[in-house]
Write a protein that binds this ligand. Structure first.
Ligand SMILES: Cc1ncc(COP(=O)(O)O)c(C=O)c1O
Length: 450
């Protein structure tokens, strides 16, 4: 069966079979794969002009300086923003920290986050709460709809300085209404920072029009090299931030007493930059420019629907909204009574299927809902129907082996709580997923809930 994904797959060397071991990569929400163009752009830097940008005047240095600025222009076009409002960072986490630690907080300032934020959009606020006296408020999201505007408005009315929400969720794939969130926040005098790490890879953005004050994203979730990302900041907002890191490349001059910061964006890009990564990220954006994002969305919806019908009848609890189109590219679930890591190890060893397991860096949500973890499959443009069928086949085999009497393992009282005996999951081919007494794989002990 030919799939929409087939046209892209040949460009991704990691997807080529290695011996008889299949690579079915369903972990793109963590990071995406890279096409050949991206690999080439990085190699070109190291082989053709491996200089340090912005410093020396020799030809390699000039070349890399020019190319990095060209990528910034391309990024501006791609995301609908003035290029010099785009700051190179390592990842979304750094971008959020840059904003959080760059604002001059006053005691009592309120920051509003949702109850489903990635640790990258939670921990920094908790830290600042302790140090600066800002107050962190949590907005619970509804379980049967993406967002409740009235609840949001009610909190805004009590006074909020900054709203910091994910745009797309890594937990259940929901997309928040960015434009509405921004407009209401601005009406109430609040600024908005959006964590776009899960939305940017799947939706065309027009940042200046949709209007957030800040938008953080990871380019390694958008086919780019690892450790590449961007922070967009609106004119007038970026100017108010203190740099997160200062030093070389951020200043026009220094004397023994003081210094003069450079303009934006340079003042935020301290030290020697990840030139190969930035140039690779530029190639990734050029590649993504060929993709019709509406087709991508339809493709991901088809995959969602296919898993839904494939797992019908299995004792599976899925996190996320009912309609396949409301779950983006994330299929997150628990198999009743079966440890998430055991499920993931089984799928990899037996079916070549690589998924994420654990708490997906949203410990706060899992702990408050009484779940010990879940299994998350996530899709992208190269994911095929046959690949999600393998996921389903793997899940069916696990359940067949363990029987139908399993129940979801929970700690809280608001969920079903009958505990099945810990299964000892045995993958069909190759290695055994060794389980601890709690059904957790020993080999990943410390990482078990990440
Ligand atoms: C919603 C969300 N926010 C933030 C992050 C952190 O991204 P990074 O590790 O690239 O900083 C992730 C990573 O998966 C995420 O899914």
């Amino acid at each position: 069966m030919s799939s929409w994904a087939d046209r892209w797959r040949k460009d991704f060397p990691a997807l080529a079979s290695k011996g008889d071991r299949k690579a079915i990569y369903l972990d793109s929400a963590c990071m995406s794969l890279t096409p050949r163009e991206v690999l080439r752009a990085q190699e070109e830097y190291y082989t053709e002009f491996p200089g340090c940008g912005g410093r020396s005047v020799h030809r390699w240095s000039s070349e890399v300086t020019d190319r990095v600025e060209t990528v910034r222009e391309e990024a501006g076009r791609f995301f609908g923003a003035p290029p010099r409002q785009m700051i190179n960072v390592r990842n979304t986490t750094e971008a959020i920290n840059l904003v959080a630690r760059g604002i001059s907080w006053k005691r009592g300032d309120v920051v509003l986050v949702s109850n489903q934020e990635h640790n990258s959009n939670l921990v920094v606020w908790q830290e600042l709460q302790r140090r600066t006296g800002l107050r962190l408020k949590i907005l619970p999201l509804p379980e049967d709809a993406a967002f409740d505007v009235e609840e949001y408005q009610a909190v805004l009315e009590k006074g909020v300085r900054l709203v910091s929400f994910f745009h797309g969720s890594n937990l259940d794939g929901r997309l928040l209404p960015a434009r509405e969130i921004v407009e209401l926040a601005h009406d109430h005098g609040a600024q908005v920072l959006l964590d776009g790490s899960q939305a940017a890879p799947h939706h065309r953005l027009d940042l200046e029009r949709s209007g957030p004050d800040y938008y953080a994203l990871s380019l390694h979730k958008m086919l780019g090299p690892t450790g590449t990302g961007l922070l967009y900041g609106r004119t007038g907002s970026l100017e108010t931030l203190r740099p997160l890191i200062s030093g070389g490349e951020t200043v026009a001059w220094t004397d023994y007493r003081t210094h003069q910061f450079l303009e934006i964006p340079e003042r935020f890009e301290a030290g020697l930059q990840n030139y190969a990564g930035i140039l690779g990220a530029g190639a990734a954006l050029r590649y993504l420019a060929k993709v019709d994002f509406e087709e991508l969305r339809l493709h991901e919806t088809r995959l969602q629907a296919r898993v839904d019908s494939g797992v019908r009848g299995l004792p599976l609890v899925r996190f996320g909204l009912e309609k396949p189109e409301d779950r983006g590219s994330v299929y997150n679930f628990v198999l009743s009574g079966i440890d998430a890591h055991d499920t993931a190890l089984f799928l990899d060893a037996g079916y070549g299927v690589m998924v994420r397991s654990g708490m997906n860096c949203v410990h706060s949500w899992y702990r408050s809902h009484g779940y010990e973890g879940s299994v998350r499959a996530s899709f992208y443009l190269y994911t095929t129907e046959q690949e999600v069928d393998q996921l389903v086949n793997g899940l069916r085999e696990i359940v067949d082996r363990l029987g139908p009497n399993a129940r979801v393992r929970v700690r809280g009282s608001s969920r079903p709580s009958r505990r099945a005996p810990a299964p000892s999951t045995r993958p069909s081919h190759g290695q055994t997923a060794s389980s601890s007494p709690q059904g957790r794989p020993r080999s990943r002990g410390e990482r078990s809930s990440r």
